[in-house]
Design a protein around this ligand. Structure first.
Ligand code: KG4
Ligand code: ZN
Length: 346
């Protein structure tokens, strides 16, 4: 069966994205970010997100088709993120996808956002070969999720552990806010951490005792708040870099320790990291080190597919299409968080 050609849409949070894929090969991927709009409020404002998706979506779809050199005639299906996410934001993508499907007489494939992230390391494009999706072990870390997922095959997942409170990206965002670094915090802390001493501040590593695979990051956020309370805002760039490096080291140590435990438990030979936080340079380096120490392979998404994008939604839809797992008849929007045991769809 030839690889399906799919136009994919993603609008679950603050990125309006469209991509054209052929199986796992990305022909074009366009992302219109709203970060500047939300940064002034210190976080994503749902109502503003929906409104900006509305104005951005049509130009983004046009650009994706143009960059791929594609016309609607060669397209087999439309894919769209059906959730989880901000309901008003998801609805924009879903309704546009429905409209396009109706106008072009094409089938529509609803994709779970987290399944999209799971597929992101396996996408191929002009710079990179696509990979074999399953089986593998994934650490999924974004603004809303921190989960260890054992991927048996497409649509069959075991969640081995997740966060009890804040997600890893949320911890980065909250720490950055406390340090006066703005939103989103991850990229700023990542940059500053490269110049700092990770041993400068002994921030706590939560839940490392025992062999449970759950995370907790709210205590770390409190430790940053207490630090700022006691010492005030770091007064020099070096002092700020030291706090960032120490904070990042605490997050990375917990993530990689749990990932190694899960790897041993599952005996997975391939490990991935996905989601916005997988762009973190400290995490990427620590994972490479763990891989050579423990003897497993690693596949990480290139930076362009770490954050929210539509290429991963197209890739997941293509895998579903080829496996005959296309949900019928039409997508429904749902707001629940997390990838459910066994299946990616509720
Ligand atoms: O996957 P994503 O783009 O959106 C969600 O689905 O949540 O993830 C966004 C999260 C934010 O919390 C952001 O601070 C974090 O990913 N992030 C990073 C980095 N780049 C983005 N965290 C750490 N280091 C980074 N380089
Ligand atoms: Zn995401």
């Amino acid at each position: 069966m030839p690889a399906p050609r799919i136009v994919a849409l993603e609008s679950s949070c603050d990125e309006t994205a469209c991509a054209v894929v052929e199986g796992l090969l990305v022909r074009s991927s366009v992302v219109a970010s709203q970060i500047e709009i939300h940064a002034q409020f210190g976080g994503v404002v749902p109502e503003l997100a929906s409104r900006h998706h509305l104005t951005a979506v049509v130009p983004v779809v046009r650009e994706a088709l143009e960059r791929a050199g594609a016309t609607w005639d060669g397209i087999d299906a439309i894919a769209v993120t059906e959730g989880p996410g901000l309901v008003g934001a998801v609805l924009v993508g879903v309704q546009v996808a429905r409209g396009l499907a109706l106008a072009r007489g094409l089938p529509i494939v609803g994709v779970h956002h987290m399944e999209g992230h799971l597929v992101s390391p396996f996408l191929g494009d002009a710079q990179r070969e696509p990979g074999e999706f399953a089986p593998h072990l994934a650490l999924s870390v974004s603004g809303g999720h921190s989960e260890l997922v054992h991927v048996h095959r497409l649509g069959e997942y075991t969640v081995l552990g997740r966060t009890r409170d804040d997600a890893a990206g949320e911890a980065f965002d909250k720490a950055a806010k406390l340090l006066g670094l703005g939103y989103p915090g991850g990229p700023v802390i990542d940059r500053l951490a490269a110049e700092g001493d990770p041993r400068a501040v002994p921030f706590p590593r939560a839940m490392l005792v025992g062999d449970n695979l759950e995370f907790s990051f709210s205590g770390l956020k409190t430790a940053v708040a207490v630090f700022v309370d006691q010492h005030g805002q770091p007064s020099s760039r070096q002092a700020l870099a030291d706090v960032c490096a120490s904070f990042q080291a605490a997050v990375v140590e917990v993530l990689v320790t749990k990932l190694r435990q899960a790897r041993k438990k599952t005996r997975a030979s391939l490990v991935t990291i996905v989601g916005g936080v997988s762009a973190n340079r400290g995490l990427r380096a620590a994972l490479e080190q763990a891989a050579s120490a423990d003897g497993f392979s690693v596949r990480m998404p290139p930076l362009r597919y770490c954050g929210d994008n539509a290429a991963m939604i197209g890739g997941a839809a293509a895998l579903r299409w080829s496996a005959g797992l296309v949900p019928e008849p039409a997508v429904e929007v749902y707001a629940s968080l997390g990838i459910d045991e066994g299946r990616a769809r509720p």
